[in-house]
Design a protein around this ligand. Structure first.
Ligand SMILES: Cc1ncc(COP(=O)(O)O)c(C=O)c1O
Length: 408
């Protein structure tokens, strides 16, 4: 059955999340299908940034660490993200970048499983996850290894040498989603720890880290949490592991009493020990605004809309033009639709020139992320129509779309 644009307009009219669109600034004439790379700007962010810069920094100066809640911001915003990912209070902290948090938690995991030498991951994981594991192993020099296998071989590869299984819940290039419950249980039954990278899931779907008894997790602030470019990341450590988990970056912000200026490191109690140095307060303030918007939305509704949008978009794609690499099954798909084509780069450039912004992932993937708070069903329809027109006209073959930028 063909889906008409009018049907999409009606779906938008009945959408319980529709009002959230007005809480974001998006340029006219743009359909933004890249909120899984860099989330859109919440309308409340510029005023909050002005307040932090002009009032809290400009007037409060150093006093604002105490008077404006700066010193607690990592924990405070961490608690809020914890609610989005189904963590218990005291299990989530905003800190550093996702890469650094991976380093910290992988190191802690290896220490918690001293007899085991393997970090197991998926070969198609986001590269920073694999790079960080490589770097850590090199630094430790204790004979650890990174075993990165095909997704379908991960389960069978978990054995009594596996210290930690490190996976990205939703694959960045395909949108394929792991069964978090199943893999977490399997890893734990075989004595390993489970570390999830939630970069493409936090803020896109409900998560139940505590209910699934997940050991460790990290995630990004600048994607579905709409924290702004370079927003700080978050990490999660299950309460039951916090006492024993040693974080290798033993900076003063993770000290039990930073302002005692003791000569030796004494870790703070709880998740606070996972902090290292002074957090970027301006970015943290922007992140808090994005997270607050997200907290107003019912995550079940977000997921329901995301699945409806991704399946709608996939149905509107001309099957002869592309291989659809995202899974068709709802329980295996994140909030993105990924298409394979040898001309993926110029096709995406031609599409961007028409106001539809998605991204390209080397070597041959067009990626369309659906952020249900600000993307409508009509947007999905219009984006698919623009893509069909780019393909039908062949305009993507034009020389101006061929040259590669540094950031794709
Ligand atoms: C799965 C995943 N992990 C990590 C990152 C990035 O980590 P960082 O914030 O350290 O740049 C990304 C970025 O797109 C990602 O997709």
């Amino acid at each position: 059955m063909t889906i008409t644009r009018q049907a999409c307009v009606l779906m938008d009219g009945a959408d319980p999340l529709r009002a959230f669109r007005d809480r974001f600034t998006l340029p006219d004439g743009v359909i933004y299908l890249d909120g899984n790379s860099l989330g859109a700007l919440p309308k409340a962010t510029p005023a909050r940034m002005r307040e932090v810069v002009e009032h809290e920094w400009g007037e409060g100066l150093i006093r604002s660490w105490n008077t404006c809640g700066w010193i607690d911001a990592q924990l405070r915003v961490g608690e809020k993200i914890g609610r989005l990912i189904g963590a218990r209070p005291g299990e989530t902290l905003v800190a550093d970048s996702t890469s650094l948090n991976l380093f910290k938690l992988l190191a802690a995991a290896l220490k918690l499983r001293p007899g085991r030498k393997t970090i197991l991951s998926e070969a198609a994981n986001f590269p920073t996850d694999l790079y960080i594991a490589e770097g850590l192993i090199g630094l430790l020099g204790q004979g650890h290894r990174l075993l990165a296998v095909a997704a379908d071989d991960v389960s069978a590869a978990i054995d009594d040498d596996t210290a930690v299984v490190m996976l990205t819940h939703v694959n960045y290039r395909t949108g394929r989603m792991w069964d978090m419950r199943q893999i977490t249980q399997l890893a734990q039954q075989r004595g390993a720890l489970m570390l999830w990278d939630l970069a493409h899931s936090a803020g896109a779907m409900p998560l139940q880290l505590a209910a699934l008894d997940v050991d460790l997790a990290v995630g990004c602030g600048y994607k579905y949490l709409n924290g702004g470019p370079g927003a700080p990341a978050f990490l999660y450590v299950a309460e039951r592991l916090q006492g024993a988990a040693a974080v290798p970056l033993s900076g003063w912000f993770g000290h039990a009493d930073p302002f005692a200026f003791e000569q030796t490191y004494r870790p703070a109690a709880g998740i606070a020990r996972a902090a290292a140095g002074t957090p970027p307060l301006l970015s943290l303030a922007a992140l808090e605004v994005g997270v607050d918007v997200m907290l107003d939305a019912a995550m079940d509704e977000v997921r329901r809309k995301s699945l409806a949008q991704t399946s709608l978009f996939a149905r509107l794609i001309e099957q002869d033009d592309f291989e659809i690499v995202s899974p068709g099954a709802d329980d295996m798909r994140g909030s993105q639709v990924c298409l394979r084509h040898a001309g993926a780069w110029p096709i995406m450039q031609a599409l961007i020139a028409r106001g539809v912004i998605g991204d390209f992932r080397a070597p041959d993937i067009l990626r369309f992320g659906f952020a249900p708070l600000y993307i409508g069903y009509t947007d999905a329809w219009d984006a698919a129509a623009a893509l069909r027109s780019v393909m039908a006209s062949g305009c993507w073959r034009d020389a101006r779309y061929q040259s590669r930028s540094t950031v794709t």
